[in-house]
Design a protein around this ligand. Structure first.
Ligand code: THU
Length: 163
């Protein structure tokens, strides 16, 4: 028997001013997208902005539904649109922000497990890492250099292969 440990690395910034201009712009795009979210049931408005290797930025927001489980998170709306429109272009980064009219979101958002799995697919597909920039409505920004850090022991394609 052996007990093992797994560590992940991430960086925190006190405010947007500490970020590069590229990251600041991506956060702004995510925030603008979040303003257009359709979230009448949760009042939790999430925006995502995906930066592709060719410089194109694709944005998305959460789309809710009266049949609650039919909703889709902002991250998947954005990354699937990027995959649909630019199937051969690697994803460099994704910024994710959130806000609500009924409460103040001061901590960086933490993407759900399904979105982590969905985003990880594009790291594996293009064999390149995706930088994840997380922010609430205000406050600090958390940056993780790869989806793999957000999803240890992720399900991988080789597990489907019969030995
Ligand atoms: N949501 C996202 O869009 N992204 C996340 O990372 C977490 C949650 C959405 C789903 C739902 O519309 C609302 O936020 C509340 O869970």
């Amino acid at each position: 028997m052996e007990k093992l440990e797994l560590k992940i690395a991430y960086t925190e910034f006190e405010n947007e001013g500490e970020l590069s201009a590229v990251d600041q712009n991506l956060i702004k795009k995510a925030r603008d997208a979040g303003d257009l979210a359709y979230a009448p049931y949760s009042d939790f408005h999430v925006g995502a902005a995906v930066l592709l290797e060719n410089g194109v930025i694709i944005t998305g927001n959460n789309q809710e539904n009266v049949a609650y489980p039919s909703a889709l998170c902002a991250e998947r709306v954005a990354i699937y649109y990027a995959g649909a429109q630019h199937p051969h272009v690697a994803v460099k980064a994704i910024a994710i922000t959130c806000k609500s009219k009924s409460f103040h979101v001061k901590d960086p958002i933490s993407p759900c497990g399904a979105c982590r799995q969905a985003m990880s697919e594009y790291e594996m597909l293009h064999n390149s890492t995706i930088k994840v920039i997380l922010m609430g409505e205000t406050g600090k920004i958390r940056i993780v250099d790869s989806i793999a850090d957000l999803l240890p022991f992720m399900f991988k394609a080789e597990e489907l292969k019969k030995s």
